[in-house]
Design a protein around this ligand. Structure first.
Ligand code: AMP
Ligand code: MG
Length: 330
């Protein structure tokens, strides 16, 4: 298949919308990462998403909407917590999990009785979703397991020739995926941390939210079980920022014949070792994280990442790094 590269003008947006309604796959930018869109009301389109990405079919998809009214078309019940989140926080880099209506097929939810719903903040994403005029399922637009794409070129690297079109927008501002908040039960649960923090959610809900992001926790979020965000080369993670320890680790790998790189906060203290700045602030670290992994995997054969920030937002970055490192923490 020849992938079309569409731009943000009325003509191309209409074309992107038409392709979605015809059952084709269209990748599009959001503020978090690029998504791989399909018409959520078209079962065969949704199923083709799993094929294009090589995604396990028991990992459910998030349904994207541009208008709050659409949420009530796909959620069976919107409890008072959900209503508060919808009214006070949306649109946002936040996904809510709610009981699903029958219009949402089991292939979207991997058989769960709930559906994950997001209304993105970015103007580009909303223009696309409005042009589609149907709810759109969209996982990240990468091959399953790879670092998520934050530019249209990275979508092209993974999916060119496999999908109908890529809508070429801006690089993603947030850079990591949405916070997933389960509001389908008695207590609000954060199933995946993101830029919308537990504090922000608690401050609007006025009750404690529980963070359950450990794969060992028995929660109904299949996605947390899978290998994720892995660069092609091994990545180890340090959370101390200890320069001597990191330098020694680097030297040990060099002596074994590896060509390592340090992905660190302060690049000025490692002499002539190969270094790359992970970012000066949490916001910058998140923005560049997946792109850094995709650049470094092509130049080096071992990535030593160090990230020691301790904010709630940093927790969500750390969650991605731990999974990129396949739990290999030094
Ligand atoms: P992705 O779109 O690739 O960023 O992944 C979507 C995430 O949302 C995965 O971690 C899924 O497990 C999670 N998710 C999607 N639908 C549901 C649902 N109905 N209940 C719980 N988690 C969900
Ligand atoms: Mg993903």
């Amino acid at each position: 298949m020849k992938t079309k590269y569409l731009q943000f003008n009325d003509n191309d947006l209409n074309e992107a919308g038409r392709l979605i309604r015809q059952g084709e796959l269209v990748a599009f930018p959001t503020e978090t990462v690029y998504g791989l869109g399909a018409n959520a009301l078209d079962v065969s389109a949704v199923k083709s998403t799993y094929v294009a990405k090589g995604r396990p079919s028991d990992n459910p998809l998030i349904v994207h909407v541009y208008d709050k009214k659409q949420i009530y078309d796909i959620a069976r019940t919107v409890n008072v917590y959900a209503e508060t989140i919808i009214n006070e926080l949306m649109p946002a880099s936040l996904t809510v999990v709610l009981p699903k209506k029958a219009v949402i097929d089991d292939c979207i939810t991997a058989g769960l009785d709930t559906v994950a719903i997001r209304m993105p903040e970015s103007a580009e994403a909303r223009a696309f979703l409005q042009a589609a005029a149907v709810p759109v399922t969209a996982p990240s637009a990468n091959l399953s397991g790879r670092p998520s794409p934050t530019t249209w070129r990275r979508v092209s690297d993974d999916l060119d020739g496999k999908i109908a079109a890529i809508l070429c927008g801006q690089p993603c501002k947030v850079g990591i995926e949405s916070t997933v908040l389960d509001l389908s039960g008695e207590q609000p649960l954060i199933l995946r941390p993101g830029v919308v923090t537990p504090d922000q959610i608690e401050s609007v809900l006025k009750i404690p939210v529980k963070v359950v992001t450990n794969p060992k926790d028995k929660v109904n979020s299949p996605g947390v079980r899978y290998k994720h965000y892995a660069p092609k080369v091994p990545l180890v993670l340090d959370t101390s920022g200890d320069v001597k320890k990191l330098s020694d680790y680097y030297d040990g790998l060099s002596e074994q014949g590896f060509k390592p790189v340090l992905l660190v906060e302060d690049t000025s203290v490692y002499g002539n070792r190969s270094v790359c700045c992970i970012g000066r602030t949490d916001v910058e670290v998140a923005q560049n994280l997946f792109e850094n992994l995709r650049v470094l995997e092509n130049k080096y054969d071992y990535i030593i990442a160090s990230f020691s920030s301790k904010t709630q937002f940093a927790d969500s970055i750390l969650n991605r790094l731990i999974r990129s490192a396949a739990q290999h923490i030094i």
